[in-house]
Every structure is written in C-alpha cells, then in structure tokens.
Design a protein around this ligand. Structure first.
Ligand code: ADP
Ligand code: MG
Length: 393
C-alpha cells in the first residue's frame, strides 16, 4: 500500500498536470501464486492471492468528448490520446497498458468520454508480481466507476487480460488479472483455469509470513522453454487420449492414470506430464492444509512443488535452486519454491516472522558470494483486490 503522503503528492500532481481536482481513486494489487505452477495452460488449478503492493490511479472526467491524458508519476511521463481508433504504440511501454484498457473496455461495450488520470505504484516491475495486471485492473476499475459502466469484477479482469494480449503482446492466462480483482484479505483462492470457478481459502500464517526473494536474474531461455513445455504437454495429451478418450488437457488425468500408461510416453514427456498432474493435486492438498491450518504441511507442499518444477519440469535455474536449497536446513523456514514461469524471478518463502531480518541478511550475503548479485526481498501480506477508494481529505 502506498504511504499516505503519496496520495497527497498524486493529488498535487493531478492538479498541476490538469488544473483540476481528481474525482476518484482506484487501486489494484499485484499478486502471488501460492502453488500451482504451469497448470494454467493445462486447464488446471492455481492458488493466487492479491498482495499489499498496488497501483493507484486518480481520475476525473475532463469534459472532452474523447481526449484523454494520463500521467505516470513513477516514470514522470505522460500520454495523450483520443478514444477513437486506438492501437498499440511502438515502444509504448506503460502507455500501451493504458491504451489497451481504454480500447478493450470500449470493445466490450463501454461508452467512455474524455478523462484525465495520474497513477503511481509500488508493485516491483518485472519481478513476477504482475505489476502489469495491477496497472490494467486499477485503470479498468477506475473507469468502471467514473463512467458508471456496470462491468462485473470478472469482466474487468477479462478486459484487462485482453489489453495485455492485444496491446502489450503478452498472451497471458487469466490468473494475474483475476487475482488482482478477486483477491481477499488474508485469503488465497483456488481458480479452476478451465471453468473460472473459484473458492477462497484462509491463509492463516500464525507466527509465520510470506517472503519473496527476487533472484534478479531472467534467463533468456524462458520464452522458448515455455513453448516447448506447452508442446510436450500437448504431446502427452494426444497419447493419453487413446486410453482416456474424454481427455482434453492434462487436467483430466490423475497421477494413477498417467502411471498406468507411463511406458507409452517418451521419458521427457512423461516427466512433464507427471509434474502437471501432481501439481494439480498439490493445489487441492494445499487447500486442505489451509483449511486444517496445517502450516508444516503447507511448507512441505511448497518444497515438493519446487522440486517438481526443478527436476521434472526443468524450468528452474541455478540461482532459484540455490535460494530454495539455502532454506532447507533452516527449521524456521517451513517451505520455499520458485514462483512463476521460471528461469528467474522470485522464490516464495514461508518463514517465521521473528527471523525475517536475520534471514534476509544471511541469505543475501550467501547469494552475493555465490553469484555476485544483490537480491531483493519483499515481505508480502494478502489484501483485498481492486476497488475504488475515497480520495483522502
Ligand atoms: P510484471 O507484470 O511481472 O511486473 P511486466 O513486464 O508484465 O512485469 O510489466 C511491467 C511493466 O508494467 C513495466 O515495464 C511498465 O511498463 C508497467 N508498469 C507497471 N507498474 C508501473 C508503474 N507503477 N508505473 C508505470 N508503469 C508501470
Ligand atoms: Mg506482467
């Protein structure tokens, strides 16, 4: 959450930029995914939650028919555009998320008029916490309120996802935007990526907390490996279909069903499929652990997820493995795993709150010694998803 003084700064910036007062403020958070990695495109389950880091917009109608002006406080840059005939800008950076949301809202039937907006965020950019979804969902939520559009939360998530597809060129699943709008304080939710059905579960961490460690690496393999993994899952499905004709995606296969026909798959395709079917089960087992408030079980599921991603799915990297391995012998770290697509980004750690500072100090030093990289640590709590807030007086 932005400290209070940022709001007055944003308000002053709005006044300076547009010579008017903002009418409303909208907020949308970044997200974590507790467990369920590389399950989304297999029609499986994920378990995300919205975090206490968000993007905040201040907005007002400007009386114009279709002229819009948006100023990024963090970038100290602005964009001016007409609501007619929108298209992505070359090298537009953050501007394309804005244009995308305005365009996709209209495609979904919204009648927009001219507006002015300033925005600022504290979701780390490009760290795998979905600052892009936070940006899209905050604007979509703000415009929904400003123009009384009447879109549901799910529709706002979908519009934001389409903005990311068509204006940022990232063909993401629905999880990030869904989490940014549907998150609830101290809860994660199990999302069925096939039906979009969801159910919230309490994340009662007692004396423990979630801590993200950003490896600050991004290996270039990520793009090609992602496509390769998707293909391998499809190959698996195409073979398994012969034995289980109802199968559409790996989501439809249980670990027992997979193992019954193990020898019909190549060794590598088997390992990829095994990760996906087990990871789907782990999401369910994690929900049970949360319901039973069993934190050690939650921790062990996180380690299992990491090992599976690292050894079976092979989307980890030495830096992420190092960060997870470092925690294994520490009894007040209950679990850790890489989070996100892999080959870089953050690890998610379940750690005793009282040991956090000491832990960050020691693991940072060890990581620096090993890789010459200063990691970044983010403590996160789970908060409500996108909403409109009164502008502080
Ligand atoms: P992630 O979503 O994992 O953080 P992305 O590359 O998808 O990483 O999105 C990051 C991009 O989102 C940034 O490069 C920037 O264009 C935009 N963005 C996110 N937050 C802000 C912000 N506070 N101010 C301006 N642009 C932002
Ligand atoms: Mg993103």
């Amino acid at each position: 959450m932005l400290p209070l003084q940022h709001y007055s700064h944003m308000q002053q910036t709005f006044l300076q930029q547009f010579k008017a007062e903002p009418q409303l403020m909208s907020v949308a958070p970044g997200r974590i995914n507790l467990i369920g990695e590389h399950t989304d495109y297999n029609d499986g389950f994920v378990l995300p939650g919205a975090i206490d880091k968000c993007v905040t917009f201040m907005l007002a109608e400007n009386g114009e028919a279709d002229l819009c002006r948006v100023y990024s406080v963090d970038m100290n840059e602005s964009v001016e555009f007409s609501l007619q005939a929108l298209s992505p800008m070359e090298n537009g950076g953050w501007r394309n998320y804005i244009l995308g949301v305005a365009a996709e809202l209209q495609l979904a039937g919204a009648s927009l008029r001219g507006f002015d907006a300033t925005f600022k965020g504290d979701v780390p950019l490009g760290a795998g916490l979905s600052s892009s979804a936070a940006l899209e969902c905050a604007l979509a939520t703000g415009l929904n309120a400003l123009f009384d559009l009447g879109f549901s939360q799910v529709e706002l998530a979908t519009v934001s996802q389409m903005a990311e597809h068509h204006y940022a060129g990232v063909k993401c699943g629905i999880m990030d935007q869904f989490a940014s709008v549907m998150g609830k304080k101290d809860q994660v939710f199990r999302l069925d990526c096939r039906t979009l059905e969801y159910a919230h579960f309490p994340l009662d961490l007692q004396e423990y907390q979630l801590l993200l460690l950003d490896s600050c690496v991004e290996h270039s393999l990520a793009g090609t490996a992602y496509n390769e993994r998707r293909n391998q899952c499809e190959v698996g499905v195409n073979v398994l279909k012969h034995f289980y004709p109802e199968t559409l995606k790996l989501r439809d296969i249980s670990p027992e069903q997979l193992n019954a026909y193990k020898t019909t798959l190549s060794e590598v395709v088997y390992r990829r499929c095994l990760h996906v079917v087990n990871e789907n089960e782990r999401v369910q087992r994690t929900c049970e652990a949360l319901t039973a408030h069993e934190l050690p079980l939650l921790g062990s599921l996180l380690y299992q997820s990491h090992d599976s991603l690292s050894k079976l799915y092979e989307v980890s990297c030495p830096e992420l493995d190092f960060l997870v391995d470092y925690t294994r012998s520490i009894d007040w770290v209950l679990g850790a795993r890489m989070m996100g697509g892999g080959f870089g980004g953050c690890t998610l750690n379940l750690i005793l709150s009282s040991e956090k500072d000491r832990f960050v100090e020691s693991i940072s030093a060890a990581y620096l010694r090993e890789y010459g990289i200063q990691l970044k640590a983010y403590a996160v709590s789970l908060e409500d998803g996108a909403h409109v807030k009164p502008i502080p007086a």
